[in-house]
Design a protein around this ligand. Structure first.
Ligand code: PLP
Length: 483
């Protein structure tokens, strides 16, 4: 498993506001290249050898949790992120402050009690989904670094919905940055599509590709693997493979975990996490490894259940993507999973590469189970299908007057199955219900979920180009626009 060391910071060698001489560096899961600092890791996105960048070490923070318990969200974000980030402390503080000033709730990510569940509302950002938490920060961080280096960047992203709009809102109108966002045509909730295509800033390009999300992701990965193209067009990534996203997401596990622990007096908490690309829950995994007392990370998928099957059987086997009531999780190949797998094989690069090559050829890979016949005692996993999702939305509305979006409902449905006495359950609410109002209507029979910002999009003008899900088509579109 991942080696966890005390960093110089933890050893108390630096006073709290001193710029750390040594921050954590990042290496590729495929073993290529030399370690990168945070700024380079974030600007690169995917590692040049096609692997994912992971921290060489994690700070242990268990002895600081009591001191962190009363901090505001931006203050806590600074404490959690600082050992990982190689820019001066005041700059980091400033980027964090600006990133969360765009949220419309004073707590940024409040936790509310709904029946037996603590709902962590991650949807108070500009696009009303949890991805804003990472992408508001990433947009600011790109702008900061590009200005410092006198460079420009062309962001290329593939989205099953929420990533696209959150990424667009993270960088719209900024100098030095263009953004190209591919979404699978007709497979994104209509409102989500509108959230992307109604952004008319000159630096924003929406591409509707004829295929699934996985097809779009394949095109994206192929273009990132084409190193001369990547160099020439200064491609940047905002997909959940970008390390900055995982890092920014770790913060709310600490924020909610510490708050709920204080309120309930419990020693440990569990988190129910609706999962697609394994980005959100991976942040929880790292938070737990850093010393947040987590009993279980409850991984919840919809019918696209490759990850639930993996954690229950040890076999990671490709299925076909089916459309569901929670479209942002309609994913089979989870791009962040490689980071977890890297730790699971004890950072043995050769073994990992062999597994991944096998997966490329056969569509399956397998890890051995531990003595308790589980893949990992930290994880529980299950599926919330359409029936369970709609039933959960209906129940929480009828019983508590609270509307869960369908992704959140998948997490709550699966979380309830693993609930334990004395261990508070924190359910991550990943989207505002109004983003998926059709599911709310299907569940309750009423059109209940609205948000003024979304209602205002209905008649707004849009801009979007349709392209085949082919590498060459997307490549030449980008080339034309940039040149
Ligand atoms: C992206 C998304 C998810 C899944 O998050 P991953 O990091 O891909 O696991 C869940 N819910 C909503 C609303 C999302 O936008």
């Amino acid at each position: 498993m991942l080696a966890v060391h005390k960093t110089a910071l933890d050893a108390g060698r630096f006073p709290p506001d001193c710029f750390p001489m040594e921050t954590i560096t990042y290496i590729s899961t495929r073993g290529g290249g030399s370690p990168l600092g945070f700024q380079d890791a974030v600007m690169t996105g995917l590692a040049p050898d096609g692997g994912l960048l992971v921290p060489t070490e994690l700070p242990l923070v268990a002895d600081r949790l009591d001191a962190w318990a009363g901090l505001s969200y931006p203050e806590l974000a600074y404490e959690v992120m600082r050992p990982f980030v190689d820019i001066p402390p005041d700059d980091l503080r400033d980027l964090i402050a600006r990133s969360y000033a765009t949220f419309d709730h004073p707590a940024v990510a409040p936790t509310v009690t709904v029946g037996d569940v603590h709902v962590l509302e991650l949807f108070h950002g500009p696009t009303l989904a949890f991805k804003d938490i990472a992408l508001q920060f990433l947009g600011n961080f790109f702008e900061y670094t590009l200005a410092q280096r006198g460079q420009r960047m062309n962001i290329l992203a593939a989205t099953s919905g929420d990533t696209g709009s959150a990424a667009i809102y993270g960088v719209r109108g900024r100098d030095r940055i263009n953004i190209f966002v591919m979404h699978p045509q007709g497979r994104v909730a209509p409102l989500q599509e509108k959230q992307m295509t109604t952004v008319l800033d000159d630096n924003v390009f929406n591409l509707a590709v004829d295929g699934t999300f996985d097809d779009a992701q394949r095109v994206m990965k192929a273009l990132f693997r084409d190193l001369p193209f990547k160099e020439k067009y200064a491609l940047g990534a905002v997909n959940s493979v970008n390390w900055a996203r995982v890092l920014a997401q770790m913060v709310y596990y600490f924020y909610a975990g510490l708050q709920v622990r204080r309120e309930t007096g419990a020693a440990q908490v569990s988190f129910a996490v609706p999962t697609g690309n394994f980005g959100d829950i991976l942040a929880g995994y790292y938070a737990a490894r850093m010393g947040l007392p987590v009993k279980q990370l409850i991984l919840a998928t919809n019918e696209n259940d490759i990850l639930a099957r993996f954690f229950n059987t040890g076999e990671y086997q490709l299925g076909t993507v089916v459309p569901t009531a929670s479209p942002s999780m309609d994913i089979q190949v989870a791009s962040n999973f490689e980071r977890y797998l890297f730790d699971k094989v004890e950072r043995d690069v050769d073994r990992l590469v062999t597994m991944l090559e096998g997966f490329e050829q056969t569509g399956a890979l397998r890890v051995p189970l531990t003595s308790g016949s589980v893949v990992d005692p930290l994880f529980a996993a299950g599926v919330g299908d359409r029936v369970a999702t709609l039933d959960t939305i209906r129940r929480y509305h009828a019983t508590h007057g609270y509307l869960l979006d369908p992704h959140t409902a998948v997490g709550v449905a699966v979380g309830e199955r693993f609930m334990e006495d004395g261990v508070p359950l924190i359910a991550l609410a990943t989207a505002h219900p109004a983003k998926f109002s059709q599911a709310i209507e299907d569940a309750t029979g009423r059109d209940l979920a609205h948000h003024p910002r979304l209602d205002a999009l209905k008649d707004a003008p849009t801009r979007c180009v349709a392209l085949p899900a082919e590498v060459e088509a997307v490549r030449s579109y980008i080339t034309e626009q940039v040149d």
